[in-house]
Design a protein around this ligand. Structure first.
Ligand SMILES: Nc1nc2c(ncn2[C@@H]2O[C@H](COP(=O)(O)OP(=O)(O)OP(=O)(O)O)[C@@H](O)[C@H]2O)c(=O)[nH]1
Ligand SMILES: [Mg+2]
Length: 164
């Protein structure tokens, strides 16, 4: 009989960086063309990792900026975060730094896992976020270069690693 565990994971990042595309790609297995700004959306998926089953509740949020106030529902009962920026936008990376700080303040001394995703890697000729620069910010983060467009995001490690 597998052990069933519940996990709530919140995806945060500046607008239009590809949060919805990553969530959709992970849950539905396909990239949907077009842009429809998110208000808030949730996805559910059951993951089997080893002998255990995880019921993942994925919260896809509206784009934040450095002035956004994170609601309690993005802090309380959350097991992990996917922080997404676009490699084509330095500003989107700077917003991540501010969000990370807010998460740190919200959770106090409790350490919560965070995965940092540099999305739109297929647009690397337009890259503004230098790998070395982003790498310096990863003392306790895990970096993933991905492209929900190119299908790199079908590598489900962004989400599954947060369940463990
Ligand atoms: N080239 C490329 N385009 C992408 C990629 N991921 C997303 N996009 C495009 O970027 C735009 C925004 O994607 P969304 O997934 O809606 O972005 P979002 O972060 O959810 O946006 P908000 O909900 O407004 O915060 C869409 O036109 C997507 O098709 C990617 O990896 N590569
Ligand atoms: Mg969205």
């Amino acid at each position: 009989m597998p052990l069933v565990r519940y996990r709530k994971v919140v995806i945060l990042g500046y607008r239009s960086v590809g949060k919805t595309s990553l969530a959709h790609q992970f849950v539905e297995g396909e990239f949907v063309e077009g842009y429809d700004p998110t208000v808030e959306n949730t996805y559910s998926k059951i993951l089997t990792l080893g002998k255990d089953e995880f019921h993942l509740h994925l919260v896809d949020t509206a784009g934040q900026d450095e002035y956004s106030i994170l609601p309690y529902s993005f802090i309380i009962g959350v097991h992990g975060y996917v922080l997404v920026y676009s490699v084509t936008s330095l500003h989107s990376f700077q917003v991540i730094e501010s969000l990370y700080q807010k998460l740190h303040e919200g959770h106090g001394k409790t350490r919560v896992p965070v995965v940092l995703v540099g999305n739109k890697a297929d647009l690397s000729p337009e890259r503004y976020v230098n790998l070395c620069y982003s790498g310096q910010k990863e003392v306790s983060w895990t970096r993933n270069q991905s492209g929900s467009h190119s299908g790199f995001a079908t590598d489900s490690s962004h989400f599954t690693s947060l369940c463990l």
